[in-house]
Design a protein around this ligand. Structure first.
Ligand code: AMP
Length: 111
């Protein structure tokens, strides 16, 4: 079972920030900043390392959703970070591609 597939299906509850046919965004359960949203594709993709050219539109759409959410959540002007962890050394804990949208405070390199 993939945790984020279940969240995308709605079988595991989350605080949804946005959803459409291909992308779901929800608030991180352990936020690292005042704004911390995860943007995921509904399609199960293990990480950015598993992306193919077929995913071009999907990936573009994920960034579009990030941009719109950043504006909605009030961090588009102050600035924010988009992060995707890939694999063990990066600390990826859920093997389903996700963008962390983090902002709402001055970010150091560690957070
Ligand atoms: P990563 O470590 O890059 O794989 O990020 C996984 C993120 O998922 C972490 O920031 C977790 O806090 C977050 N997370 C884990 N379980 C949940 C959940 N049930 N709802 C929302 N966020 C979650």
């Amino acid at each position: 079972m993939c945790l984020f597939c279940e969240i995308a299906k709605g079988t595991i509850p989350s605080k949804i920030a946005f959803q459409d046919e291909t992308v779901v965004a929800f608030h991180d359960i352990a936020p690292q900043a005042p704004v911390h949203v995860l943007i995921i594709p509904r399609k199960h993709i293990e990480s950015a390392q598993a992306l193919t050219m077929e995913d071009n539109d999907l990936l573009c759409h994920m960034f579009e959703v990030a941009r719109k959410l950043a504006a909605e959540l009030g961090v588009a002007d102050s600035g924010y970070r988009l992060i995707t962890n890939i694999g063990k050394d990066a600390g990826q804990s859920v093997a389903h591609l996700h963008l962390h949208l983090i902002g709402g405070k001055t970010l150091n390199w560690n957070n």
